[in-house]
Design a protein around this ligand. Structure first.
Ligand SMILES: Nc1ncnc2c1ncn2[C@@H]1O[C@H](COP(=O)(O)OP(=O)(O)OP(=O)(O)O)[C@@H](O)[C@H]1O
Length: 890
């Protein structure tokens, strides 16, 4: 660095930005004794013996152990001018700002020691030199800025602002502590600066102390910032700006508060004490905590106290003996400051364009990082969202699997339940089940599932059975007990074979066997190329038929025993096997009977007569039900189609029969044995009652029984009509309807079978309505398939009319049924009307008679003339209205 006066110039191109460690420049300036001191005849204790050493002169008087000589960078006696002080102690440091280094010139000393006096001069000289230098270095462009502040009572005030608002201190990462909103004025020239200095002087807090009438009560900091740039590089991207500040610091008096007797002494000393502490610590090395932040002064001037600013401290002293202690303290402070090192460096600032360019690069880098962070964050967020969705999907999948499983279970259960209904109706033989000693329900289903199926049916059947039982139990029970004294309920239940025997006894033999026999017969007929429509046949010779013929012992005996029956009990009982009439024979009889309206009125009477004759007891009912067989003589002209239809009918009938077996068993289970027995007994009771009635005429007992019989017939008619309706709805084959209708006897023994038929039809109806197909043996029975089969059956029946009816009979039928005798397909028209008017019992009965004749139903032996409420006796009966028309037709 060259001389300030321009003789030497700063080597700007050789600026070294590297830090340069140097000690704080410390100088001592003694002022002359002022008038006050002279007035007190005070003497000067200090003397500068050379440019660097100051000594205490009155050592003999003080007899102090304190040092007597102090050496500093420069010492100035009372005859040194401020210009000299500046030149030798402050110029070099202060003009460092021109070379780009921060610098600070302190004036430290007790009040009235000459700090302001010295600093004012130094500042003026520095400014003058700076501007002089600028004027001589046109190759560079300089910008000078000026700011001024004071710290009074630890409050920072802008000396260039008149409002006196305290300013805050901010911490800037690059610049250190910054005074917020401090006015910084860009200087036009030196005069401008001098004007501002005058403002600052006017603004500064001053007061009168015991030592100084114009004492500066604050710390003043004047800051001049110099920015310079080589003019040759102006606007160039590679240009750079050198910038630095020089602080001119005029501290408040360092005297003790007790000495100044001023109120603000404490605050003043706070900053000074902190400054002393900082200097002291710094003088002892950089170890430990440096309390810069304990005062505003040290915070603001931190860079100048052991930082990167070149620093010079000019300690002013009063030589008067009266201020010896303060002088010694000043020397002590100066001694410490002398040990403090700083690391000043040139502050090279890039040009704005270069800075902008660099900032753009930095911005791009930061934006890239931000994008990466955003991308990473988004990626993390996406991954998190994806993970959540995967978990959600997994959870939903599990729910779907669970629901699907539940659905499948429910569906399976439903199918099981439906199959339960179908299976328990289509079971081959309840006998087999009983032989296993198991319930068909509990074997295949859980108790609850079986209960769901059975309970409603059981309840219904039980109610109906109870109705019947209530009507007849009182009559039957005593008779049963008399007839079967050993066969009490407990024994029955303990006998593994009892159920079947019981059913065989009181409801006839296993109907399934009969159907199996029918199948065998059908097969045989097929083998014989029988072309006739097959119908149900019961081999009576294999049936256990329990007759209620009066026995010599008790008035009744069980007679009739099939040679093929395995029921030895029945054989032992001497069961006889009566044979029923075939429907054909019946029909022949009927059609030959006179047609009379009075027959209907006599129906009940005839029925009672049949009962009285003991020919249609409960126990023989089952046997009678099996007396309907196919007229083999008629089975000689069945073509293949007829066989198919017949087979279907037989299959269907077989299924129905199997169903009966199962459901009869169920009914038996729902009715107590005693109830069944009583039902049977009731029938037996009727003969003696009739006799009693005959004898007594009109006893009370007879009246009750008449009432019971009346109730039963009403119930019978109701159920029969219900069954007929359901046959139509379910498209039941006409052969089956006819067969079943002929089985009805019109007495309590029909109850169980009617219950079974009703239950089966109800199930079938509900299944059809619910769209459920009843599947069995690969054959699906739906309403559509049943209708189709029914139509085919009608066609088959129509073909048989030529054989079964004479021309005269056919014409009579056409006329009765409103069919033109000359119309085409009149036989088919007739058959298509069979069983269609379900509310017209005359129509139903006529249909049954026609079908019976067409399919060749005939009596199987000595069948009763009355079957099922249909009187086939030669005598006029009222129940078969169809008979009324047939005689005229045949
Ligand atoms: N070296 C000097 N030569 C002549 N007069 C001086 C010198 N130093 C100081 N003075 C005079 O002493 C008086 C006090 O000086 P100054 O105000 O500068 O003291 P100070 O240290 O600033 O006091 P304070 O701390 O109270 O402000 C002033 O009138 C000043 O002119």
């Amino acid at each position: 660095m060259g001389s300030i006066n321009g003789e030497e110039s700063v080597d700007w191109d050789a600026q070294d930005s590297s830090a340069q460690e140097e000690k704080i420049f410390v100088a001592i300036r003694l002022r002359p004794l002022n008038e006050r001191e002279l007035a007190k005849n005070d003497v000067s204790d200090w003397e500068c013996i050379n440019n660097t050493t100051i000594i205490f002169k009155n050592t003999l008087q003080e007899r102090s152990l304190l040092p007597t000589a102090y050496t500093f960078d420069r010492v100035f006696g009372f005859d040194a001018s401020t210009r000299q002080v500046y030149e030798e102690a402050a110029k070099k440091i202060s003009l460092s700002v021109l070379s780009g280094m921060n610098s600070t010139i302190f004036a430290y000393g007790q009040t009235s020691s000459g700090k302001t006096y010295t600093m004012t001069g130094i500042t003026e000289y520095a400014i003058a030199d700076i501007y002089d230098y600028i004027d001589k270095h046109f190759e560079r462009e300089f910008v000078l800025k000026f700011s001024a502040m004071e710290i009074y009572n630890e409050s920072v005030r802008d000396l260039l602002c008149i409002d006196g608002t305290p300013l805050r201190l901010l911490d800037d990462p690059e610049r250190g502590t910054v005074v917020d909103k401090l006015t910084e004025v860009t200087l036009r020239d030196s005069d401008h600066l001098r004007e501002l200095l005058s403002v600052c002087e006017a603004q500064r807090q001053i007061g009168e102390t015991t030592l100084n009438e114009m004492s500066s009560r604050s710390h003043q900091i004047l800051r001049l910032t110099v920015e310079s740039e080589a003019r040759s590089y102006l606007g160039a991207e590679n240009s750079s700006t050198v910038t630095a500040s020089v602080n001119f610091v005029d501290l408040a008096g360092s005297e003790r508060a007790s000495q100044t007797l001023s109120a603000e002494g404490c605050h003043i000393n706070r900053s000074l004490l902190t400054l002393g502490t900082v200097i002291r610590k710094l003088s002892k090395g950089r170890n430990g905590h440096i309390p810069y932040r304990d005062s505003k002064l040290t915070r603001i001037l931190q860079n100048s106290l052991g930082g990167n600013a070149r620093t010079a401290i000019i300690c002013t002293m009063s030589p008067a003996h009266g201020h010896l202690e303060q002088s010694r303290n000043t020397l002590l402070f100066a001694s410490c400051a002398k040990q403090v090192s700083t690391n000043a460096q040139v502050n090279v600032v890039m040009s704005e364009k270069a800075l902008v360019k660099q900032l753009h690069k930095e911005l791009a880098r930061l934006e890239n990082e931000l994008r990466n962070l955003s991308s990473l964050s988004a990626s993390c967020a996406s991954a998190s969202a994806l993970k959540e969705k995967e978990l959600l999907i997994e959870k939903m999948d599990k729910e779907i699997r669970d629901l699907t499983h539940q659905r499948d279970l429910a569906q399976s259960r439903l199918e099981d339940l439906l199959l339960a209904g179908g299976q328990h109706r289509a079971s081959k033989s309840w006998v087999d089940m009983n032989n296993n000693g198991k319930s068909p329900y509990t074997d295949e289903y859980s108790a609850s599932e079986a209960s769901e199926i059975i309970d409603p049916i059981r309840h219904d059947v039980s109610s109906r059975a109870s109705y019947i039982s209530d009507k007849y139990d009182p009559v039957i029970s005593s008779r049963i007990e008399d007839q079967f004294p050993e066969n009490n309920e407990e024994q029955f239940l303990s006998d593994n074979t009892s159920p079947r025997l019981y059913i065989d006894k009181y409801f006839g033999p296993d109907p399934c066997q009969g159907w199996e026999k029918i199948a065998q017969e059908t097969d045989k007929n097929f083998e014989d190329n029988c072309k006739e429509v097959q119908c149900i046949e019961i081999d009576f010779s294999k049936r256990n038929v329990v007759s209620s013929e009066p026995s010599p012992e008790n008035g009744y005996h069980v007679s009739g025993k099939s040679p093929c029956s395995s029921d030895n009990d029945a054989s032992d009982s001497g069961i006889q096997v009566p044979r029923s009439k075939s429907c054909a024979a019946i029909l022949t009889t009927v059609v030959n009977s006179p047609s009379s309206k009075e027959e209907k009125d006599n129906e009940t009477t005839l029925q009672n007569e049949a009962d009285n004759q003991g020919r249609l007891s409960n126990v023989e009912t089952a046997a009678d039900r099996k007396t309907v067989s196919r007229d083999e003589s008629e089975s000689d002209s069945m073509n293949e189609e007829e066989q198919n239809i017949t087979t279907m009918n037989e299959d269907y009938a077989d299924k129905q029969q199997e169903t009966y077996v199962k459901e009869v068993k169920e009914v038996i289970k729902t009715k107590s044995v005693k109830q069944v027995q009583r039902d049977l007994e009731m029938k037996e009771e009727r003969k003696p009652d009739s006799e009693e009635e005959t004898a007594d005429g009109c006893s009370g007992k007879t009246q009750d029984r008449k009432q019971s019989a009346s109730d039963w017939h009403a119930e019978f008619e109701r159920q029969k009509r219900e069954i007929i309706e359901l046959w139509d709805v379910c498209c039941i084959p006409l052969v089956h309807r006819t067969y079943f209708l002929l089985l009805f006897k019109g007495d309590p023994s029909d109850a169980v079978y009617m219950e079974v038929e009703l239950r089966r039809l109800s199930f079938l109806k509900n299944s059809i309505r619910g769209g459920v197909s009843v599947e069995k043996d690969d054959r699906i029975f739906t309403q559509a398939s049943s209708k189709k089969a029914l139509n085919r059956e009608r066609e088959m029946l129509s073909k048989r009319m030529l054989k079964k009816f004479t021309e005269k009979e056919r014409e009579a039928l056409y006329e009765k049924w409103g069919i033109d005798v000359k119309s085409k397909q009149r036989r088919l028209q007739l058959c298509r009307r069979l069983w269609t008017d379900t509310t017209n019992m005359e129509h139903i009965n006529d249909s049954a008679a026609i079908v019976a004749k067409l399919v060749g139903f005939k009596e199987a032996g000595q069948a009763p003339k009355e079957m099922f409420g249909l009187s086939f006796s030669p005598k006029p009966v009222t129940s078969l209205s169809w008979r009324h028309s047939l005689p005229s037709m045949m």
